[in-house]
Design a binder for this molecule. Structure first.
Ligand code: GTB
Length: 216
């Protein structure tokens, strides 16, 4: 059965691949699993039918038969566990790859999202610049640590895994900030992720949705 996910009918990122359906699309492409997408407006995301699938009224969701999931990292883990290609066979290496999945969304992503939230919600406040400086300091602290760990390696722990898929997805959210340019090994790491054919297919698919939305 072909799984169905949900995504924005007209993504606020204007097709830059930053909404969280992108990481799920990328995972599907990496393992060669076909998928369908149900597109939703913001209003539809808050309706009972969608809230029954995603209690927070967000995208993405995942439906396959009688299984419904939400939260992009849980969906990526589900895909990675059921297909070959995103998690190593060796039990310890697999556990480490899953550790990197959690680290991406629980250690790296919160500060990065905090910067976006400050920009969108607080940029007119008198204290915005002070707050931004503090948030960017926290982001840089995490990037320093991640950059030291990665060193000259291609991926976080051996071959490409779902941990890298989520970490690259998270770091891409820094795109327009210019911050990543100060970390050449992380910038190259992100570029390696973007260069993967599966990433390119997923990116093109979500961009086609935005271009067809009439919001372009
Ligand atoms: N933890 C959840 C997950 O990983 O699935 C978080 C899901 C989530 O934040 N979804 C967002 C959403 O549905 C879309 S991706 N928001 C609507 C709402 O909460 O009402 C976040 C996102 C949105 C926009 C941009 N952008 O414009 O660049 C980037 C990322």
């Amino acid at each position: 059965m072909t799984p169905t996910i949900t995504g924005f009918r007209a993504s606020p990122d204007r097709g830059r691949g930053l909404a969280r359906d992108m990481r799920v699309r990328w995972a599907f492409e990496e393992v060669g699993q076909a998928y369908d997408v149900r597109l939703l407006s913001f209003a539809e995301m808050k309706e009972p039918a969608h809230l029954a699938l995603q209690p927070f009224g967000q995208i993405p969701t995942y439906e396959e038969g009688d299984l419904t999931l939400f939260d992009s990292s849980a969906i990526v883990l589900h895909i990675a566990e059921r297909h070959v290609g995103l998690l190593p066979d060796d039990a310890n290496a697999r556990a480490r790859a899953i550790t990197w999945m959690f680290a991406a969304v629980s250690t790296m992503e919160p500060t990065i999202v905090e910067r976006e939230a400050a920009f969108f919600l607080e940029r007119d406040e008198a204290w915005y610049e002070q707050r931004l400086t503090a948030v960017v300091g926290r982001i840089r602290n995490r990037l320093d640590q991640l950059s030291r760990h990665l060193g000259d390696a291609e991926w976080l722990d051996g071959g490409f895994s779902a941990g890298d898929l989520l970490m690259v997805s998270v770091l891409l959210r820094l795109g327009s900030s210019g911050i990543l340019a100060d970390y050449p090994n992380l910038a190259a790491y992100v570029a390696r992720g973007e260069a993967r054919p599966a990433y390119a297919r997923a990116f093109a698919a979500q961009l086609a949705v935005f271009n067809a939305s009439g919001a372009a």
